[in-house]
Design a protein around this ligand. Sequence first.
Ligand SMILES: [Zn+2]
Length: 398
Amino acid sequence: MSKPPALPPTTLRGIKLKAKTLSRELNIPHSEALEIASRLSGYQKFQHARRALKSSSDVMPPSPKIDPEQNSPAENSRAKGARMGIKMNTANDQNGVEWNADTYQKGMGAEPLKCSHCCTAVTFNIPHTREMYDKPVLVPGYFRLLPKGAHAANCPFGVDDEVNKLAKSSEGLIESIQQDKYRMRLVMIKEALEGGTPKNPEPSGTRAQTGRTYTSNPGLLPAYINSASRALKLRAMCESNRDIEQHLELIFEGNVKVSWDQFYFESARHMEAYHAISQNSTQHPIALEGQVKSIRTELKGDTTKNVMNLQMNPFRIDGDDANNGIGLEVSVWAPQGAWLRGINPGDEVVVLGMWKCNPGSASPAPIQGGRFMTLTKRRLSLSLVLKAQITKVESVLT
Ligand SMILES: [Zn+2]
């Protein structure tokens, strides 16, 4: 699934070729693609790239020596670890000048750069692309800590400080286990969600009801969900699951540790979430991150039938039948239309809860003569108990 990260071009010709690809893939004008490709290569504008590279045709540009550690962090961090911290969009240089990640390029400020709040050393991550729904999306540049670096206590960019605040208001959902280490009890979220409201049963509900004693307090559900939602926001501001994992561990029934990879699924891993849920290997709440595709309210005039669908990944070939394509649709049902107000197509959200799956069945593809003769649409669905189970995410802390 994960491809080795492609290095940004280092020649004018390379930048132009990259722009061609980007223009096609992102469906943007060539001129705009040239600007993006130039930024990917460490230049602020295409004009700069052209000026710098023209005179010394086909040599390395001056500033962006590509350090593989810093390129495509989402891919690398999972494999290599040791990259901590929230993305920041401002930093100060040694002369006290504040720089903004949108316009910064390596070498502009007097390095090493510093956190604008606590002065710990930070570095600049150049803009890069990552795959989302099989298309490259631009991840803007940002500042981050150096490996093994840490923000000072009370720095708003420190994860520790944020988790610490979170723990204090979480009614026991998140507890401190040692210095800089916290744990979140997923079982409390599950029990509160299931004990809270049987008022909106999902029509296609298949989940077995098991006898269970509730140790958590359903009355505290809003507090649990709000705390969990803040933890998810924090995760979304980090590059990878590993970044948050070292500070906030997840435990389920019997104090079994759950890895963040089994709890938090970005869009590219939706099918993995489906497999975990359908094979019943995951019974704890899980969080799915994705982009909102559509919001429909009051289906067939029923005020309790409101649904938000996430963008689907393309259909993939069925391992058992090469003529069949398999896709996955993620749907979130709300008992009131108002719960979905303020969320718009294109927004990035994380939805936390107990998901149900439906394997679907193969039906003729709507367009014949395409890649697949039949399509199977699998489904993951969730009925909201609280609006706060949906968290809108921002990728950079400002
Ligand atoms: Zn700081």
